[in-house]
Design a protein around this ligand. Structure first.
Ligand SMILES: [Ca+2]
Length: 96
């Protein structure tokens, strides 16, 4: 009699084990997605603080993210000056 009850309980034990395994797989999948989502957030944060040209201005605020420039020019080099006098031309040529 006791043996018959344990045989009848076997399918229930197997079903409970399968359900527990399914729950474990579902929870593991959810946690993996959550971790991946956190990784995306970290990637976004790193992109927003990245300084590609190393001029100390984050690319998000750098008008010239590929050329190192000065802060007062928003990360760009100053535009070239066009000499207008003979002295300025000599200065540019290194004659003065
Ligand atoms: Ca720059």
């Amino acid at each position: 009699m006791k043996n018959k009850k344990s045989v009848e309980a076997m399918p229930m034990i197997i079903i409970a084990f399968v359900l527990a395994a399914l729950m474990f797989i579902i929870i593991a999948a959810i946690q993996t997605d959550l971790l991946r989502g956190g990784g995306k957030e970290t990637d976004r944060l790193q992109l927003s603080t990245r300084d590609f040209d190393g001029d100390g201005i984050a690319d998000a605020f750098d008008d010239c993210p590929c050329d190192a420039g000065k802060r007062e020019n928003r990360g760009c080099n100053p535009p070239p000056t066009i000499p207008t006098t003979k002295e300025e031309c000599d200065q540019m040529r290194g004659l003065v």
